[in-house]
Design a protein around this ligand. Structure first.
Ligand code: 6PG
Length: 261
């Protein structure tokens, strides 16, 4: 049974973080196989943060290391911190350490955001140009990724679309630089049009600290400026929320592990 909320969204609850990672890996592999069968490539934007690291570890090990057509995978990131790629805070570094160093993705198919550049706006423009090149975009078009992996902060942000920041309303560009006052830090992020346009979006959300926000995002009124993760309520593709039981604990009809709503 689906939880209340936009009809195109599915919620799947796993007992714990490990179960969430396995469910996410299964769906990642399914989406990759379908995309490669259809168009001989799979384009995916990885998420930063800690929750997806379990997924990356599962994908880097049997059976997924063999099951995913890694030579046909093209890697992007939903956002990046403005630090060097070898910095502990770097989303690229986290994904590379846990996954990309262990699977055969051709290096020229790994497209990191050069957020370490002195001017984040230049980094955003360069990444937009990379997307335009790889996706063969006409001016004004937005890329359609096969899969975008997203997390959600306890404040309702996703990627680096933070509550009350102008990027939440960015509709003209595919990549934007943003200064996040709360973090006292610059970020570079894909914008709402790109996230909404993905063929599939997998949110990975775990932990009791996300439960109240998740209830607001999935069952509360639509306020994307306050809860930017709600922007995906307007997604064109399929949006799936992969939760652990603590994160889902305040949703109506808390699900038994493994059930879908
Ligand atoms: C980042 C992510 C960010 C993250 C959320 C959740 O760069 O940090 O893009 O949007 O997904 O903050 O992070 P956790 O998974 O660590 O809770």
């Amino acid at each position: 049974m689906k939880t209340t909320g936009p009809a195109t969204q599915e919620v799947h609850v796993s007992a714990d973080l490990e179960g969430l990672a396995r469910e996410a890996a299964r769906r990642f592999a399914e989406l990759a196989a379908a995309a490669v069968t259809k168009s001989e490539r799979f384009t995916v934007a990885f998420s930063g943060g800690s929750t997806p690291r379990g997924l990356y570890r599962v994908l880097a090990a049997p059976p997924f290391r063999e099951a995913v057509p890694w030579p046909q995978v093209h890697c992007f990131w939903g956002d990046e911190r403005c630090v060097p790629p070898d910095h502990p805070e770097s989303n690229y570094r986290g994904t590379f350490e846990e996954l990309l160093a262990r699977v055969p993705v051709p290096p020229d198919q790994v497209h990191g955001i050069q957020a370490e550049l002195p001017d984040p706006a230049v980094a955003a423009d360069q990444y937009a140009a990379t997307l335009a090149r790889v996706f063969g975009l006409q001016p004004g078009d937005f890329p359609r990724l096969d899969l975008v992996l997203l997390g959600m902060g306890a404040d309702g942000h996703t990627a680096s679309l933070f509550p009350g920041t102008p990027t939440v309303a960015e509709e003209g560009r595919s990549v934007a630089a943003v200064y996040v006052e709360r973090l006292k830090a610059h970020r570079v992020t894909l914008t709402p049009p790109v996230l909404r346009r993905a063929r599939a979006v997998l949110f990975l959300v775990a932990g009791t600290d996300k439960a109240q926000t998740l209830r607001e995002v999935l069952q509360g009124s639509y306020r994307p400026d306050r809860y930017p993760a709600q922007l995906l309520h307007q997604a064109e593709g399929r949006v799936t929320w992969l939760l652990d039981r603590p994160a889902a604990s305040l949703l109506d009809h808390p699900e038994a592990p493994g059930g879908t709503r």
